[in-house]
Design a protein around this ligand. Structure first.
Ligand code: PMP
Length: 391
């Protein structure tokens, strides 16, 4: 008789087939075969010479994608949230004042994360679909004198791309670090980390890079490193401590890399390939393709009578489009219908945009006009077949 009280689960004794689906929500995006193949290469030790070579290639790829020469450029083993916490946990000490620009869910979350480690959090707030002027930002910097200012480049919950020019200089005028979340925009909308005086920036693998979720590139300026490495207290997280991560990624100039955690080796193969595709495509070509495809999409949506949530054209995020939820319909029925009948994922709103919008992501290899036409056909079909009440 077996000594086990829990038998092997029946569900695991059968194979499971993952279906193909068009991932046109705000992420993850579809992973092209070339990246899937890269991720299925043989396992290596996480500190073997070849793995270190791959990590070095990744660092160069991230420096290119971010347009930075920062030595402290690496990848966090985890999703975008891990990079968010890495940025804030390392650069902020308890009692430090942090300023967060909130124009969607990502500012809300950054404020929550900073608050949890005992920072004094101040926010500037604007409604979903809008962004901040540099004068408003300067006023808040001069009022609160924060050590860190958080801004979201591509607000995936509202579909807004935030202008970046001039903000880094303002932050430095007030002796403040400039932190930018570019998870949903990097590779799809221009950003120049060094030229725009950004001190800390991170992204995620699962958006424009078309890499499976779970790795998050991040980079720190010299100015950020100076603050981080002269802290009085240790960062609250051992796992995300930049002195460990910087060594693990060979950014600290020390001859040996010391074991900190076991890096996600296969995910790094995939990430290397995603960055290779971006390098082959060229960053400027990638930005232009996302812009052209988004403009084509936006014009076509208006032609079928749908309204864009972000009124100002130049503030529309090219990677994630927000469409005003069609009046009289239940948005859940529309997304459900499109999934069931067209095998396409699009999503509803998030945070402040819940119930107000449909969100469509066209990122990396998904950013093309053929897919736009597919989505338009699916939306037109859904509007014909879903229940519409009188409005
Ligand atoms: N920031 C932004 C702008 C995002 O769009 C996302 C993911 N939707 C995140 C942060 C968090 O990334 P993750 O889900 O990989 O933790």
């Amino acid at each position: 008789m077996s000594s086990l009280s829990v038998p092997p689960p029946q569900c695991l004794l059968k194979s499971f087939t993952v279906p193909h689906r068009y991932l046109f929500g705000p992420g993850p995006s579809n992973v092209p075969p070339r990246i899937l193949t890269a991720g299925s290469q043989p396992m290596l030790g996480h500190l073997h010479a070849e793995t270190i070579e791959i990590m070095d290639h990744i660092k160069s790829g991230v420096q290119y994608a971010f347009q930075t020469q920062n030595r402290m450029t690496l990848v966090v083993s985890g999703p975008g949230h891990a990079a968010m916490e890495c940025a804030i946990f390392n650069s902020v000490e308890p009692g430090d004042c942090v300023l967060v620009a909130v124009n969607g869910i990502w500012g809300e979350r950054a404020a929550e994360i900073a608050g949890r480690i005992g920072a004094k959090v101040n926010t500037i707030w604007t409604s979903a679909g809008r962004y901040f002027g540099n004068d408003e930002i300067e006023q808040a910097l001069s009022k609160y004198k924060p050590v860190l200012f958080f801004l979201t480049h591509g607000e995936s919950s509202t579909g807004v791309v935030h202008p970046i020019d001039g903000i880094g200089q303002l932050c430095h005028k007030y002796d403040c670090l400039f932190l930018v979340d570019s998870v949903a925009a990097m590779g799809g909308s221009p950003i120049y980390m060094d030229k725009q005086d950004i001190d800390i920036m991170y992204t995620g693998s699962q958006k424009v890079l078309n890499v499976p979720p779970g790795t998050a590139p991040i980079s720190f300026s010299e100015r950020a490193c100076n603050k981080i490495f002269s802290r009085k207290t240790k960062p609250v997280s051992y796992f995300l401590d930049l002195s460990w991560l910087g060594n693990y990624w060979g950014c600290d100039g020390k001859p040996a890399r010391v074991y900190h955690h076991t890096g996600p080796v296969s995910s790094l193969y995939s990430l290397r390939e995603g960055l290779a595709i971006l390098a082959e495509t060229g960053l400027e070509n990638s930005w232009k393709r996302h812009k052209d495809v988004a403009e084509y999409f936006h014009a076509s949506l208006e032609k079928i009578g749908l309204k864009l949530f972000v009124e100002e054209k130049k503030a529309r995020l090219p990677t994630v489009t927000t469409i005003v939820a069609p009046p009289g319909y239940d948005w859940r029925e529309i997304t459900g219908y499109i999934m069931k009948n067209h095998n396409i994922e699009i999503s509803g709103g998030l945070g402040p945009s819940v119930g107000m919008v449909l969100r469509v992501g066209l990122m990396g290899c998904n950013s093309n006009k053929t897919y736009v036409d597919m989505i338009l056909e699916a939306l037109t079909d859904a509007l014909k077949h879903c229940h519409k009440s009188k409005v």
